[in-house]
Design a protein around this ligand. Structure first.
Ligand code: DHB
Ligand code: FE
Length: 282
């Protein structure tokens, strides 16, 4: 079977990637954020999985807005880093794992989750920034093959938190039935509270973020009960990205051990959050 050994929840703010690419991580504005990543990065460097799954959203870079799948999965053997208008980030393209992708696809469809299939996909900051948070210096290649699982969080109606949590649980079941014995790291990305446009642009909600950070570990069912409207009201129109953390959490065991967490305001317009969980039975 495929065993989830860890789950990493992290924001995907583009300027976190830009700060790394331009050598600004020691600048006063950024140092606090990156210092807070260090314990998670050290632990992750010692726990390299055979394959990773990144639950993420595209921001109209890899997929045009005329087609917005609610849920999708990449089945390619390679994913190119998207050019979002400033040139490609200087990070490696992504090696996929078509075999595990196809197993997940088939099993999830049989389980009632009709995923859109991406046989080709350019991955944007929603995907590459979490990889950089995990692995700041990838060299020629990321630590392992990575599978993209896409979620629409940018256009109404986004899937419910409840449906996302259920998808995560279905992913957990699908991994258990994989014929090969491999280890898996799963990333839930986006968040925390932020709103990029409109009258509330720049809003941050530390109280809600603290509640979410605690409950993602110990009471994810409480978060799965939040409505789309509650999420947007409390976390901002982009803060609803946090439903992707629930997919990650659903794929993990009922009890997980928190390795490290970090909360830093602001990274650009966003409350940046990170939480790393060990999923191995202790
Ligand atoms: C920012 C945050 C995001 O989640 C995103 O997708 C783009 C920009 C920001 O805070 O700048
Ligand atoms: Fe985003």
């Amino acid at each position: 079977s495929a065993e989830v050994i860890w789950g990493l929840a992290t924001s995907h703010v583009p300027s976190i990637g830009a700060a790394m690419d331009r050598g600004k991580t020691e600048d006063p504005n950024w140092k606090g954020l990156f210092d807070g990543y260090r314990p998670a990065r050290e632990w992750l460097a010692e726990h390299r999985p055979d394959v990773a799954i990144v639950i993420y959203n595209d921001h109209a870079n890899g997929i045009d807005l005329d087609i917005v799948p609610t849920f999708g999965i990449g089945t390619a053997d390679r994913y190119t880093v998207a050019d979002e208008g400033f040139g490609k980030r200087p990070v490696p393209d992504v090696i996929g794992d078509p075999d595990l992708s196809l197993h997940l696809l088939e099993t999830l469809v049989d389980d009632g989750f009709d995923l859109t299939v991406f046989q080709e996909l350019d991955v944007d900051h929603g995907f590459t920034v979490p990889l950089s948070v995990w692995t700041p210096d990838p060299g020629d290649a990321w630590p392992c093959p990575v599978i993209p699982l896409l979620v629409n969080v940018i256009q109404y109606p986004q899937p419910t938190a409840k449906r996302c949590y259920a998808l995560g649980q279905a992913i957990g079941r699908a991994l258990k039935s994989y014929p090969k014995d491999i280890t898996v790291g799963i990333l839930g990305t986006g968040g925390m509270s932020h709103q990029l446009a409109g009258a509330r642009a720049g809003m941050i909600n530390p109280e809600f973020d603290a509640m979410f950070m605690a409950a993602i570990e110990s009471d994810p069912a409480k978060l799965a009960a939040l409505s789309r409207e509650e999420l947007i009201r409390e976390a901002g129109s982009e803060g609803i990205e946090m439903i992707m953390w629930l997919i990650m959490r659903g794929a993990m065991n009922e009890r997980v051990r928190k390795v490290h967490s970090h909360y830093f305001v602001p990274a650009s317009n966003t409350a940046a959050g990170l939480a790393l969980f060990d999923n191995r039975a202790s």
